[in-house]
Design a binder for this molecule. Structure first.
Ligand SMILES: Cc1ncc(COP(=O)(O)O)c(C=O)c1O
Length: 392
């Protein structure tokens, strides 16, 4: 495969001024990530700070109702409440070993912002987080958490004031400050080498899930499922299973309200090929290539593009990508609360909703592992607004 590409997708479509830090990062990855010093410290942080391994939970009540075995990989139990910390602890350690004093990051739901601020506090790095002004409002709880950890949260008022615009702002600042700053990218997307770097740190999810499932059942799962925003929790779960041909792989995109003509966040299902944030991928765009606004009730899925490896997995038929709308996600959110005593993030609820909506296609007694990418405390206000608007 061509360097930096997954089939036809990926690459480094960036302004010349961004090439030096990308090349520096690629060199540092090759040199530092494999070193015994990095591996020892990273493994210890995952265990003693992040709280890994996270549990693999068999959902007894929902399994009975659905007719197959539903298992959840509990990234909601990782420190800061989502999978994002696996990546930020790794990138913060890399930043430190590259000799840079500062990280900057973008954030959508605020989970990556919180996780970056947390890792920066731990490793004594300065930290600036760029966040769309709309996301600042709808995830205000997470803004407060970032500030408590000593990070500066900078609202971005351009464009649709969501994740896409936060990434644009962070990239502009990185160009001007590349010598002192590492851009801690939050998902398995963007220009090479970010999709590889983020996959490297998130693939612990699938490695653990495979081992835990084997220990509990002696088998391989029938299917693994994860929601797809930029694609980091999904590729983290999928990577370990891609070469296990018997295991079905399902990514779940956000269909938005699901009403005809509504905005959505499903570029693999509804987008066309194009370039965004340094990668050749599938995008929500107009006929003349302008990026269209995306929508999902889950702020972390609200992105018009997607990581290139997922597009490749789709193109080669190795993974299937379904869609779930806002109301189906809310239904799954409530079912998981009421039947299992687990409060999922709205993002993760999309993955749970897909298996609920497609239960008739899953064989009786099959084992399905859903990656529960985060916890839903951050989403309480959104849930209340949604229920009030829909008279529930
Ligand atoms: C809990 C949770 N799950 C999923 C996502 C989507 O991101 P990704 O596709 O990179 O996993 C986010 C993004 O903020 C998130 O907070």
């Amino acid at each position: 495969m061509k360097r930096g590409y997954f089939g036809d997708f990926g690459g480094q479509f960036v302004p010349e001024l961004l090439m030096p830090p990308l090349l520096e990062l690629e060199e540092a990855m090759g040199r530092i990530l494999k070193s015994a010093e990095f591996q020892q410290e990273y493994t210890s942080l995952l265990k003693n700070f992040v709280g890994r391994p996270t549990a693999l939970t068999h959902c007894q009540n929902l399994s009975r109702e659905l007719g197959f075995n539903l298992w959840l990989k509990r990234e909601d139990l990782a420190h800061t409440g989502a999978h994002k910390i696996n990546n930020t602890v790794g990138q913060a350690l890399l930043t430190k070993m590259m000799g840079k004093p500062k990280m900057l990051a973008e954030t959508g739901a605020g989970q990556h912002g919180v996780a970056t601020a947390t890792a920066a506090a731990l490793l004594d790095l300065e930290c600036d987080i760029y966040m769309g002004a709309i996301d600042v409002k709808r995830q205000s709880h997470n803004v407060r958490r970032m500030e408590l950890f000593g990070a500066k949260c900078i609202p971005v008022h351009s464009g649709t004031q969501t994740l896409k615009d936060a990434i644009n702002a962070a990239m502009r600042v990185w160009i001007a400050n590349q010598r002192t700053t590492h851009y801690c990218f939050g998902t398995a997307a963007g220009a090479h080498p970010f999709p590889l770097l983020v996959r490297e740190f998130q693939s612990v999810i699938g490695r653990e899930a495979k081992q835990q499932f084997k220990e509990r059942t002696g088998e391989m799962p029938y299917m693994v499922v994860a929601c797809v925003g930029g694609g980091s929790n999904a590729i983290g779960m999928f990577h370990e299973f891609v070469n296990e041909k018997s295991v079905k792989i399902v990514g779940v995109e956000a269909a938005g309200t699901g009403e005809p003509g509504c905005t959505n966040s499903a570029p693999i299902n509804l987008g066309t090929p194009g370039v965004l944030h340094g990668m050749n991928t599938l995008l929500l765009q107009s006929d003349d290539g302008q990026i269209l606004p995306s929508h999902s009730i889950a702020a972390g899925l609200d992105y018009p593009g997607v990581g290139p490896e997922h597009v490749h997995l789709h193109a080669t038929g190795r993974a299937e990508f379904g869609m779930v709308n806002d109301s189906q996600a809310i239904n799954a959110f409530q079912m998981l609360c009421q039947k299992e005593g687990i409060l999922p993030a709205l993002e993760s609820s999309h993955a749970v909703a897909w298996v609920i909506e497609n239960k008739d296609t899953i064989p009786k007694d099959a084992n399905v592992i859903v990656n529960l990418s985060g916890r839903g405390d951050k989403d309480m206000d959104i849930l209340d607004d949604y229920l009030a608007q829909h008279g529930k």
